[in-house]
Design a protein around this ligand. Structure first.
Ligand code: ADP
Ligand code: MG
Length: 719
């Protein structure tokens, strides 16, 4: 029997190499491992024969092309029934699983694209298969071996089929199969086997989970024990299972946060003082600002400066949609502290962001002393006075020496964490997450809030288009033309989020490289058409988190110097590149992002108030979608809605309304949202959590140990 708190080496099948590999991902206990959740599920629950698959596509075709056929007396009822049933199935299902052998495997290059072809064989017939850029396939294929092949039907072939050898102990096929983010060097199958081993032998006596409200407003225990719960997360019977289990996780997380907030409020009230800052009401706003502040910004500054003048430490959240101008508000608060002779600190989640804050603050407050403190610059650190220190995690380590009167955190990675100050300071946290006021009071009972609900008047949301696949090449050429028309213009190309659980996943990096190759092919074609000489070509660079920090930095520098016109990047830019010149953004595989994330991404362009464009590409038709439970039409509709809607909060709510198993992954992908499982916009769950935390004062989720640890990680992992 395993307990959730057990160390992993207790598990049968886990040895040193496993514990080392898992420790790298900060997975140490059985609970940690069980919460290493699938990034998606593949539906291999229904096995098709080749003949069935062909018939399905032919009959659907006949039905669609000729609807009148159904009424003809000699139209076989059998076929019609089959077609209907199968079509319903297909509506939810893009992937088909076959049991086959592989023959006639061959591969070749077309340009830089590696193409592999083979014939799949079962007793009912043969089917061509095709793969792109799969370097590892060749070694894997054995003509004698039987495989489960899961792939997409495309013009009579099976596309990009995932092959899994059928062995005698292959317990996790012919069902919804969990797919995990890679734990190098281990295989998916081994991960699955270990999860199963643990779940099968989990002590069912473990404390139960919180009760969920049912629609009739009475509580019910959705999972009668933890075993059932983890079973639903890893080996669900249906997508309903996944939704229920994920909602349970979200509920537990919110309850944890509420309880934590209560504790924090108590300890805050007990012992937090900070320097009283003298502020001249006549000089609330510096005269150097290059623009007029919005009303919302002015109000926020008034609220903050009132707090700063008190001896009780401020603990305030500054919320505003992307581009609402939070930085200026924070900078002015810091400026007041520095005017009064104190230091201030602004802590950003990434080095890139810290750098950008430095740039924009120099612009807003040219006379203000500023100093950058990151892992790279900390050697040159100099203790000064009346200085605004801007940095990453490295700056947190210096707080004791700097003794700032005000600490500003950009983005919310501080939430819930233990106050680590031994000194006393005012705190301001900035967040772009749309949180309604009523929720604020519930979850962030320990915080005051200021809300920027108004955009600077010059700010226009990027005009957004969903680009049909046939027009993608033309769109890139249009983009090239735009960029060539003015030296000032810059564009981002954001690659698909292949592995949402990890920014730095190899798969994401591969996607960047792949996009770059495709882009270069189209650009070269364009240059040829236009007869452009080499020295007229656009400068293209890639950015992803696997690059060394110095390399990332070099690219950022070149971007600012306008030495790069196109940046191909993972969605890491979502967390905030503020390049005033960027005008264009292309988001590939846009259907994989939550709408709120897309909104964050498009907020990266047009920041100087210029006309800007956001092009949404969707690769669903040629590549396996990350989640085959989300259907294509739905996701297309979603993107269309996005293109028209400008309000970030409405988009976040739409994310929830269109909730299916597919969208559950939306929040994990968004990057700005540091909640692990819940979403700020899921009012129902938040209300439930509130009720539970009020009714059961001593409720302690059995996942608490995990949440505590994640919280901690959020503070240290972000530089
Ligand atoms: P966010 O709230 O997303 O952090 P920023 O603070 O980065 O937004 O501001 C976005 C852009 O808008 C910056 O280039 C900033 O200089 C500019 N900006 C901020 N406030 C105003 C304003 N009142 N009028 C015009 N531009 C503004
Ligand atoms: Mg910002």
């Amino acid at each position: 029997m395993y307990q959730l708190t057990h160390a992993l080496d207790k598990v049968r099948g886990i040895g040193d190499s496993w514990t080392t590999a898992l420790a790298k991902k900060n997975i140490n206990s059985i609970l940690d491992f069980l919460l290493y959740l699938p990034i998606r599920y593949e539906d291999r629950s229904q096995i098709f024969s080749i003949a069935q698959l062909k018939r399905l596509h032919n009959s659907v075709l006949v039905d669609d092309v000729n609807p009148g056929l159904k009424n003809e007396p000699n139209h076989q009822q059998q076929t019609s029934k089959f077609a209907k049933k199968e079509r319903n199935y297909q509506a939810k299902q893009e992937f088909f699983t076959l049991v086959i052998k592989v023959k006639d495997y061959r591969q070749y290059y077309k340009g830089r694209l590696l193409i592999a072809r083979a014939t799949l064989v079962d007793q009912s017939g043969e089917l061509p298969a095709i793969w792109f850029n799969n370097k590892f396939l060749k070694n894997k294929i054995n003509a004698q071996q039987q495989y489960y092949a899961s792939g997409q039907w495309k013009n009579g072939s099976l596309l990009q089929a995932n092959l899994e050898a059928i062995t005698t102990d292959s317990p996790h096929t012919a069902r919804l199969v969990p797919i995990y983010s890679q734990v190098t060097p281990f295989k998916q199958g081994s991960l699955r086997r270990l999860q199963k081993e643990i779940i099968d032998h989990l002590n069912p006596q473990e404390q139960l989970l919180a009760k969920q409200l049912t629609s009739s407003n009475s509580t019910s225990q959705v999972f009668s024990n933890v075993q059932e719960f983890f079973q639903a997360l890893h080996f669900p019977q249906s997508s309903q299972d996944i939704i229920q289990a994920r909602e349970q996780l979200a509920l537990e997380e919110i309850i944890f946060l509420i309880n934590k907030a209560k504790k924090l409020k108590k300890s805050w009230q007990e012992n937090h003082t900070a320097p009283q800052i003298a502020i001249n009401a006549q000089e609330l706003i510096p005269s150097t600002l290059p623009f007029a502040l919005t009303k919302a910004q002015q109000t926020a500054i008034k609220e903050i400066s009132a707090d700063l003048q008190k001896s009780t430490a401020m603990n305030r959240l500054l919320i505003g949609d992307v581009g609402s101008g939070k930085t200026a508000v924070a900078a002015i608060a810091a400026w007041h502290c520095c005017l009064a002779g104190h230091n201030a600190a602004l802590i950003a989640p990434t080095q890139i962001l810290a750098q950008q804050h430095l740039q924009s603050i120099k612009n807003l407050l040219p006379k203000q002393k500023v100093q950058l403190v990151t892992a790279q610059t900390s050697k040159n650190f100099k203790l000064d006075s009346a200085t605004l220190y801007i940095g990453t995690h490295a700056l947190i380590n210096k707080l004791e020496i700097i003794k700032p009167a005000l600490i500003i955190y950009d983005e919310q990675h501080r939430f819930g964490t233990k106050q680590r100050q031994s000194h006393q300071a005012h705190l301001l946290t900035m967040s772009a997450t749309p949180i309604p006021r009523s929720l604020m009071l519930t979850i962030f009972a320990h915080l005051q809030s200021s809300i920027l609900d108004e955009m600077p008047s010059n700010r226009v949301i990027a005009k957004s288009w969903v680009v049909p696949q046939v027009k993608e090449e033309a769109a890139i050429m249009w983009l090239a033309e735009q960029l060539l028309s003015s030296k000032d213009k810059q564009a981002f190309i954001v690659c698909p989020f292949i592995d949402p659980s990890q920014h730095a996943a190899l798969e994401n990096v591969a996607a960047v490289k792949n996009s770059l190759e495709q882009l270069e092919i189209i650009l070269n074609k364009y240059y040829q058409q236009q007869g452009l000489a080499k020295n007229q070509h656009l400068k293209v660079a890639i950015l992803h988190s696997r690059l060394k920090k110095q390399e990332q930095q070099a690219i950022i520098d070149r971007l600012y110097q306008k030495d790069i016109q196109i940046l191909v990047s993972t969605p890491m830019i979502e967390v905030g590149i503020d390049l005033p010149n960027a005008d264009l953004i292309v988001i590939q595989a846009a259907e994989r992002f939550g709408l709120a994330s897309l909104h964050q991404l498009r907020g990266r362009v047009g920041r100087a108030g210029q006309k800007s464009y956001c092009l949404l590409f969707s690769t669903q038709q040629t590549e396996p979608a990350p989640n085959n439970l989300l259907n294509r039409q739905e996701s297309h509709k979603r993107l269309q809605i996005f293109a028209q809607e400008k309000d970030g909060f409405k988009l976040a709510q739409l994310d929830l309304q269109h909730r299916g198993a597919g969208d559950i992954f939306g929040s994990a992908q968004s990057g700005f949202n540091k909640l692990q499982f819940a979403s700020w916009t899921n009012l129902k769950i938040i209300q439930e959590a509130k009720k539970i935390s009020e009714e059961q004062l001593d409720y302690q989720s059995l996942l608490t140990a995990y949440f505590e640890k994640q919280d901690f990680l959020n503070t240290i992992n972000n530089n």
